[in-house]
Design a protein around this ligand. Sequence first.
Ligand SMILES: Cc1cc2nc3c(=O)[nH]c(=O)nc-3n(C[C@H](O)[C@H](O)[C@H](O)COP(=O)(O)OP(=O)(O)OC[C@H]3O[C@@H](n4cnc5c(N)ncnc54)[C@H](O)[C@@H]3O)c2cc1C
Length: 484
Amino acid sequence: MDEYDLIAVGGGSGSQVATAAAERGLETAVIERGPLGGACITRGCVPSKALIHRADIADSVRHAEAFGVGAALEGVDYGEMTAAIHDTVYEKADRQEASLEDAENVTLYRGEGRFADERTLEVDLNDGGDVEVRGDSVVLGVGGRPMIPPIDGLEDVDFLTSDDALFLDEQPDSLVVVGGGYIGAELGYFFAALGTDVSLVGRSERLVPREDDAVSEVVTESLERYCDVYTGYEAAKVAENDTGVVVTAEPNEGGDGDDGESSTGDGVELEADDLLLATGRRPNTDTLNLEATGVETDDGEYVVVDDRLETTCDGVWALGDIVGEQPFKHAADYEAKTVSANLLEDGDQAVDYGAMPHAIFTEPQVASVGRTEGELEDADREYESATVPFDAAPLGMIMDADDGFVKVLAAPDGEILGCHIVGPQASTLIQEVVTAMEGGGTVDDVAEPVHVHPALSEVVYTAFDELSSSEFSTAPDWRDVSDE
Ligand SMILES: Cc1cc2nc3c(=O)[nH]c(=O)nc-3n(C[C@H](O)[C@H](O)[C@H](O)COP(=O)(O)OP(=O)(O)OC[C@H]3O[C@@H](n4cnc5c(N)ncnc54)[C@H](O)[C@@H]3O)c2cc1C
């Protein structure tokens, strides 16, 4: 049996703990059954954003007229586009694999790992055979996969998930997307902006229902301009017809949507070439034979960890999507850093998700950090809020970003409790708020530093300025012009 100081199971963020340990001279192993880099590189963040970037370009061409620029979208070479993205992301995964293989003190096992006991893993090698490896410490980062809901007739119908929808050779003429969360909303926007006739079905009364209500309202209204949106509906039945698929969606009368609201009315039948299920993800913990260990899961799914990310089994650590706290790549990387510090330096770092941001790359973009207004209300927390539309700042007005806004939620003493941005470049604009929150900052920490004029960050500045303690304001406000 091969013995190591540390074994990482999963070649996504978990492998970064192995490489950090290897750089310190520890003997490490990484077990990965698929492309290196995990979901993010080949099935998630990067290819989806590469597609959305192309959708944004097509969308800008369509809207160029509004700015006095004559332009027409002459066509989309769909197969070439997806092939180019496929090549780029798989080249990155191959390079990551080569660099792991070249690294000192790291052994890469290409196959699926499962526990034989608390420190021993059997690896079913991709090219046949198996091997047993043993580690003094084990880091679990096996990620997740699309969840397939129980829909009547699904077993007889071909369907796509985000795993296969990113690299289609041909663009579907029409598509039903089931799922109103961020993956359904992003992919619905992508296909629709490139010209696919998209029906988007979501169980809650609004798309992206986990966002602040004001944000999910804007996203829903915006996506209604691209897709036929059926919020408050559940896909109840699917069947094939001569040309593709028919989805019967029924009102979600049970009210078990994320926002607890329910719909009434008639069911709808939606016909399309293809069906894409974007109905959430589940962790891959069931691949690990955790029964052979003392690693506990929460209802058989997410791994239970303490605030240092150690599992209920001494010396076995977990991070990323299997922990379930924040299913984002930057969160998994942050957790990998925390595990590295705790495991390699005998540290006592507790994870803190208070300033953990996330973004949604629809049109308009969404970015958020901290608590939503609904969460503060539910917690009976005293707060004040300011919401400033993008067109209060001159660049927002120039870009015609009139449905976007920055919303700030703060405690009476100025502590930032949450910030929610919807509008162009939201994913970048949120960063100064994250930095302020990370340092335990107040609204003044965002409002006081000078902001570049006339950059979009002036929307953030103006929103925080509304709650700041400063007696003098020089924040721009072009609403007197843009509202006309
Ligand atoms: C369509 C889509 C878009 C996304 N967009 C974003 C985004 O814009 N921003 C963002 O922050 N996040 C995004 N995410 C989420 C992000 O991809 C994940 O949060 C992140 O990849 C989680 O990292 P991880 O290391 O936990 O798991 P992963 O990256 O999934 O890595 C886990 C690895 O473990 C391997 N594995 C599983 N079981 C075993 C086993 N038993 N033995 C060996 N190997 C195993 C898998 O093959 C995989 O490579 C997106 C996800 C999807 C699906």
